[in-house]
Design a protein around this ligand. Structure first.
Ligand code: ADP
Ligand code: MG
Length: 321
């Protein structure tokens, strides 16, 4: 007999004992949750559709891991601390093998980042996964896209372009050896939401965004919302050892500028807070690199050797006058 909706919820998505301000979790008409005192609730949602956002036959454990991690990255970009999430799951059938893998991946990520599943909805139809995350942030300390000012430094956490390199490997366009393969698959399927970094930056940065569509595109959103422009020095882009060793330099820079899915943070920092950031970097609490500056005007301009370059699908060129 096929397993029904209520059995799926009980078997795969209900866990006893929660904490984190959860008075009532999965099972009733609503969850009952207490927001920590003095905090604001930060809420964000993403939907992943099979055949659009991931191949239909992807490993369910990896789909779940990635889905939650990508959602948590939005909380990181706001400077929020994860509390709870809800799951809207549409399934073509109730395949126990798939559900088992999916629930394992989901709870792996949930436990790693202290985020409790408190409810959801389960329906029948083409495979799709919607996650809504809830996080806490000190009232009025959220990192908005609109806070950048002329003269602020532009920085990014971690290294850029690895996810684009991973995609090239998956699609057979790049060969990186066994160790490189493992590194890239981890960074693609299990991106690390920069949660601690975001929470620290909430007290010193002026604006932030997580890099899901590529540095140029996402920094462009900060510029638009803050009514400013930005310059990026492409020689300062932080690249992983693998990118430096295995990827041709122009390609590496292109991926670092325009490749999506890295889920690092791009943030702007008033120069007077640079010493505070340097202390956090020395303490090993954050890994960040200055890549540019906020200027008056609009849009993102890339510089090489101090001169503007034009970025196109095939590479970058100095502007022709
Ligand atoms: P209702 O019909 O009252 O909306 P549901 O049958 O949709 O109730 O859900 C019953 C309970 O199971 C609710 O607490 C709901 O939040 C939870 N739930 C349903 N689907 C999921 C899911 N995929 N993951 C976690 N909780 C779920
Ligand atoms: Mg319902």
């Amino acid at each position: 007999m096929p397993i029904g909706e209520f059995d799926i919820i009980k078997k795969y998505f209900t866990r006893l004992g929660c904490g984190r301000g959860v008075q009532l979790g999965v099972g009733d008409d609503c969850a009952l949750l207490s927001v920590p005192e003095g905090k604001q609730l930060a809420v964000s949602m993403d939907t992943l559709v099979a055949g659009v956002h991931f191949p239909k036959n992807s490993d369910p454990e990896l789909i779940a891991e990635r889905a939650l991690r990508v959602n948590l990255s939005d909380l990181a970009a706001m400077g929020a601390e994860p509390l709870w999430f809800t799951l809207g799951l549409t399934l073509p059938d109730a395949d126990p093998l798939w559900l088992n893998g999916f629930s394992q991946g989901l709870f792996n990520a949930a436990d790693e980042f202290y985020c409790v599943l408190v409810g959801g909805d389960t329906t029948h139809g083409p495979l799709s996964i919607t996650i809504q995350v809830h996080g806490a942030i000190d009232a009025d300390h959220a990192l908005l896209r609109s806070g950048a000012n002329v003269g602020d430094l532009v920085l990014v956490t971690g290294t850029l372009g690895d996810a684009a390199a991973a995609l090239a490997v998956i699609q057979g366009r790049l060969e990186v050896g066994e160790q490189g393969f493992h590194y890239l698959m981890q960074s693609f399927y299990r991106p690390k939401p920069q949660l601690h970094e975001g929470q620290l930056l909430a007290h010193i940065a002026s604006a932030a965004i997580d890099i899901s569509d590529g540095l140029i595109a996402d920094l462009g959103h900060i510029c638009e919302e803050s009514l400013v422009g930005a310059i990026i020095d492409i020689d300062r882009l932080p690249l992983s050892g693998l990118m430096e060793k295995r990827v041709e330099p122009v390609q590496a820079v292109m991926w670092a500028l325009s490749g999506g899915d890295d889920y690092q943070l791009c943030f702007t920092l008033p120069p007077q807070n640079l010493n505070k950031l340097e202390i956090l970097i020395k303490q090993g609490k954050i890994n960040a690199t200055i890549v540019g500056e906020i200027v008056s005007g609009s849009g993102v301009t890339c510089l090489k050797d101090g001169k503007p370059v034009q970025i196109s699908a095939s590479g970058y060129n100095h502007f022709k006058s």
